[in-house]
Every structure is written in C-alpha cells, then in structure tokens.
Design a protein around this ligand. Structure first.
Ligand code: SPV
Ligand code: MN
Length: 629
C-alpha cells in the first residue's frame, strides 16, 4: 500500500478499525477500501472481523438504522425494499467491457470507461450521512480449493446482516491467505433513503459488473438479488473465472438423496425461479447442501460440488405446513431470520400469500399501510405480501442440513438435474443417454414458462440455458462448450436427468402431485447406481412402470396406477419436435460460437423422433417401447 493510502486510512478509520484492516496483509485490498471511502465519503466506518461482537454490531445496526424491525419471535426481523425495488433489475445490470469485446446479443454491456465514469459520478459522496460496513466473507467452504475470499463495502446494515446468514466468515481466510488471496470486491450503496428507509433514487439504480477488475457496483437499490454482493453479483465474476480455469459455476441446488442401506448420493439441480428448486432441495427425509448456487470442480476422474453459500434467501409465497414441513418449522423457530416484503400484523406477526390460516385484514407491507383491495399508482391490486417476498436464514438452523455442508473437499457429484416449467412437452423424469446428450437436450435446451411472479404475459416459454442465462458473463456458446468439455473428459461423468414438475393433460390439469418429485429423486438415485432398469425412448431413458409403482408405495405410500403412468410418460412427438426446432433456431440466430455438436445432437434427436412417429404415431405410450429396451 502506498504511504498516501496508509495515511488516508489512518485518518479516516478509528485506531481499532485501522488495526483490523491492517492485520490482513493485502495491499491491493487496502487500496480498494481507501479508494471507495474517499469516493463515497461515509460519515462513519465499521470494519468487521469474524468475531461475534462485530457480527452483533452489524445486526444491531440494521435495527438502529431502521432498515430492519424486530418481530414477535425472538431473532426474527422484517425488512422492506421499496415498492418498485422488489426483484433483480435485468435492464440496469450491465457488464463493463472494453471496446472490441463482444459478449453476444443476450448479455447487457456498456463501454467500460463510460460505465465507470457514470458509476463513479453516482457513487460520489453517496454515503454521506451513513455508516459504511467493511465485511469479509468467503464463497464456498473456507480453506478449500473452492474458496473465493470477498470483501463487501456497503452502507446497508441489512445487506451486511443478510450476508452473515448466507455466507461463511472470511476475515480469517483473508488473513491466512494474505498476499496470495485472489478476491472479489463489492461496492454497494442503498443511496438516499426515504422516510420508510427504502432507496429513493431508483431511476439511478445500477448494477455494473467488471469481470476483469473482479468488482461489482450496486447502487440505489436494496433488493437482495441486486445488492448482496456474494449472491448474484459474485456469480457473474465467478463464471468468468471458472471459464478461464475449467470448472463450473452453476445456478444449482445440491441435495443428498438417501438411497438403500443409508447410502447418500449427491445431485445438483438447475431450475429457473419459481419452478420448485428450493422445494427439491428441501424434500423431507433427504438432506440439503444448498438451494441456489454451486461450484463444481474435477478431481481425479470425479466431479465434486460445493454450495457457494451457507444460507437460504428463499421465496416465501406458498409455504405451508403440509407441503413444506421443514421450512415451516424453521420459520416458526427462534432462529435468526430476516423476512423481507411480507405483511406485518399489528401484533408483529408475519403473513404471506399461501400461508396457513386466514389473511389478516390489515398490516404493513412493501406498500406501507395495507388493507385488502388496496391498489397501486398503476391501478394494480396490491397483494398482502409481494410474490417475490423472501426469508433469509442460515442452513445450519435447518434440521435437514447435510453434515457435509462445509466440507472443504465438496461432495462427490453423481447426477445433474435440469428442470423447467413445461406444461406440454417433456415427461416428468428421464435420463439422458450420456453427458453430451444431457448437456445439449436437457441443459442447453432448457425452457421455462413465465409465471404470475414475473412481469408480462403468463405461460410464455422463455429460453434459459442451464437456468443460468441471467448470470452468464461469457458468451452462451462458450459457456455451453465449457459444460460439454467438463464431463466429456471423464470416464464416468455424473449422469444427467431432465425433470418436469408441471406437465398437464389435455384437460389442463397437472398430471402430477407436488410430492411426486420425491419418487423421481429416488428413481434417479437408483439409476446412477445401476440398480434399476429403464426404457429407451428417442429423448432418453424413462422409468419402467413396475419400478415406479414400487417406489410410489415405498416413498409416498401411494397406489400408482398404470393410467397415470401412461398419461405422464407418453412421448409427445409433435411437441418434442417443435421444441427442437425452437431451440435450433435460437442457437442459429442469436448465439455466436455455438459448438457444432449441439446441432448434431439436436438433429439426431429429431431423426429418432421422426422415425418413431412413422412406426407408432404422434403420441407414443410407454408400452410401445417394451420391445426396444
Ligand atoms: C433467483 O431469482 O434465482 C434467486 C433470487 O435466487 S435472487 O437473489 O433475486 O437472484
Ligand atoms: Mn437463484
């Protein structure tokens, strides 16, 4: 660190905070902290170590500053984001790129110099009147080849507090890595706040990402998906790094499926928002490693996965005691939980859409005082809680947390699951023929129908490769290629599965119950150990009726009828062909550098479907394949 920086930090920090910062031997980090203190100009600065006292200080600051409020249950708090700050702002999330760098038409970019100038102008003096929190965390387990140390600067104690619940502590990690630390940097300011303590200048909301500089700026916003540096902002930086180094950063849960004789088999799974991702990770009687983001690396000839996070920032809408017993119990226990954008009742209880019990007649929510029928400035009725309202909690407080959660070696990955909201095409579960077939037809071809939780028309299919589209920082074609290479070089790569929890019959009714996903997981577990057979169809291997019947009985104590099986596992040729054509067109017209094998594999799938149609017709019931196993 230069003498000038040293003098500056000495002047601006308390003796204690200066000592804490300098205990880390990383001049580059000191320069970074000094630069943004000078630019953002906070009234006070607090440097937090991993000590319980420092963590408590931040937690209490969130209450002191009015960003969070206490609720009836001890350790529960409520935080509100502004009415128009309830989700990730894709339009104002941009990559800073030098001229000549082309990330393709699907990624939002801005010229690096122009973007930096703009963001520095917005950040100038933005923290005056506020306290700045300097926090150290670690992505992935500490002390591991997966670890990425991070420094977060934020003037929001809510953001810093959320990160305490969601990530591993990183001060000691920085200390022991010292000069060798390759760290990520995050600068966040909620900006000017109104009387409700929510960001006021949302027209100046920006999330700017500089992959080369390993820094993300987030400003004039509070919503976690925009502001919690280690969550979605870090994902873009990590995907960029992973691409260079040959590992994967996926938008994936990690779950341990419990097989026969106490065997545990680990799966990762990618699903777009509101498609059953957290509920798959939280399935009763299995155990959870993570619900949102994973790093996957190869060691020897095996793949290992870790949860990048240590907590859940989960959607609360629809959580009820019957379908989500573990989450329900956790939400009613005296563990530390931050509720965001739910309804707070007079007695400081909380209510959300779909919660057990009656809807309260009044309360405070993300729109202020609320009564049923209230409308916003656009005339839309305001729901009691926002559809994207969330709860934030540490995984250690869940009774189904897997003991391997913090294993620095990661867990051996046996299977990868891709799922989307698909009302009419794919069967509920099937296994790809091999890694390449799976990456292309299940991952790279992932589509999902829009829901009421996203703006715009419902039921519109959106292309979302690996459910990772919103977070890609490298061109799609290159990202797909990296995924292909990752498994192709392994003798026995993880098996790949596609699931669809949302298939409907001709009458528009779901063909499955919510709880059926438990059976699919058990079937996949048996498949990866080659303990159950399957039927070969043009799109992959589907389960046999007798195996599912047995599993439905064992797992759900349910009678599984042949009629249900036929309805669910009929291959719908016209819909599958239409999907192939849609995906092919997207890769032909909007993606540069698509690996040629993608087109070959789609062509092969098309030919198999056409051939099968000639023999069996448009809708092919599973018994037709009996002779073709
Ligand atoms: C998602 O939308 O995929 C989330 C929530 O996990 S957010 O943090 O907003 O990205
Ligand atoms: Mn996510």
């Amino acid at each position: 660190m230069s003498e000038k920086t040293n003098e500056f930090l000495k002047n601006r920090l308390s003796e204690e905070d200066y000592r804490k910062l300098l205990a880390i031997d990383k001049p580059e980090m000191h320069e970074f902290v000094a630069d943004y203190i000078e630019l953002c100009n906070p009234d006070g600065i607090f440097v937090a170590t991993d000590s319980p006292d420092d963590i408590r200080y931040v937690r209490e600051a969130a209450i002191r500053n009015g960003e969070e409020d206490r609720l009836t249950i001890r350790e529960h708090t409520i935080h509100f984001d502004g009415y128009y700050d309830q989700a990730r702002d894709k339009a104002r999330t941009k990559f800073l790129v030098r001229s000549g760098v082309d990330l393709g038409p699907n990624l939002n970019t801005i010229d690096k110099e122009k973007g930096e100038r703009e963001i520095r102008e917005i950040l100038k003096d933005i923290m005056s009147g506020h306290e700045l929190y300097v926090r150290f965390f670690c992505l992935g387990p500490v002390n591991s080849e997966f670890s990425i140390p991070c420094v977060q600067l934020t003037d929001s104690a809510y953001v810093a507090h959320s990160e305490d619940l969601l990530y591993r502590r990183g001060y000691e990690e920085f200390k022991h890595r010292g000069r060798s630390a390759r760290f990520f940097k995050f600068v966040h300011s909620a900006g000017e706040l109104d009387e409700r303590m929510v960001s006021k200048n949302i027209d100046k909301r920006r999330i700017y990402i500089d992959c080369e500089g390993a820094i993300v700026y987030s400003v004039n916003t509070q919503y976690g998906g925009n502001t919690i540096g280690l969550k979605k902002p870090a994902m873009r930086l990590a995907i960029h790094r992973a691409q260079k180094e040959g590992w994967l950063n996926e938008h994936m849960l990690v779950v341990a499926v419990h097989g026969p004789n106490n065997r545990k088999t680990f799966f990762t799974g990618a699903f777009p928002s509101l498609c059953g991702k957290t509920s798959t990770a939280m399935i009763p009687e299995e155990s959870i490693v993570g619900d949102d983001i994973s790093y996957i690396r190869k060691r020897g000839d095996k793949a290992y996965a870790v949860n990048v996070e240590a907590g859940i920032f989960g959607i609360i809408m629809g959580i009820n005691s019957k379908d989500d017993p573990i989450t329900w119990e956790a939400l009613h226990s005296p563990n530390e939980i931050i509720f965001s954008n739910v309804l707070v009742t007079e007695d400081k209880g909380v209510y959300w859409i779909g919660k057990d019990g009656k809807m309260p007649r009044k309360g405070i929510n993300h729109s202020g005082e609320w009564t049923p029928g209230k409308r916003d400035a656009e005339g839309n009725e305001i729901t009691p809680s926002h559809k994207n309202a969330r709860f934030t909690t540490a995984l250690k407080d869940l009774k189904n947390a897997d003991p391997r959660l913090h294993d620095p070696d990661g867990v051996e990955l046996s299977g990868v699951i891709y799922g989307g909201r698909d009302s009419d095409t794919c069967v509920p579960v099937l296994e790809a023929f091999d890694w390449t077939h799976g990456i292309i037809t299940k991952g790279a071809s992932l589509e999902s129908e829009t829901t009421a939780a996203t703006l715009g028309k419902e039921g519109v299919r959106k292309f979302n490769p690996m459910s990772n589209l919103d977070f890609l920082s490298v061109p799609i074609g290159k990202y797909i290629d990296m995924n292909l290479k990752f498994g192709s070089s392994m003798k026995k790569p993880p098996r790949i599965f596609g699931v669809n929890y949302f298939l409907k019959d001709e009458g528009g009714n779901f063909t499955n119950e919510k709880t059926d996903k438990k059976v699919w997981l058990k079937w996949m577990e048996l498949r990866v150990h080659d303990e159950v057979g399957a039927i070969k169809t043009p799109t992959g291997y589907i389960p046999r009726y007798e195996d599912l019947k047995k599993l439905f009985r064992e797992v759900l104590n349910k009678d599984y009828s042949r009629d249900d099986y036929v309805k669910q596992f009929t291959i719908r040729v016209p819909e599958n062909l239409a999907k192939i054509d849609r995906i092919k067109k997207i890769y032909e017209t909007t993606v540069a550098n698509t690996p040629p094998v993608l087109f070959e594999v789609l062509k092969g799938e098309r030919e198999r479907l056409v051939k099968a149609r000639e023999k069996y017709g448009d809708y092919i019931t599973p018994d037709r394949w009996e002779g073709e196993r």
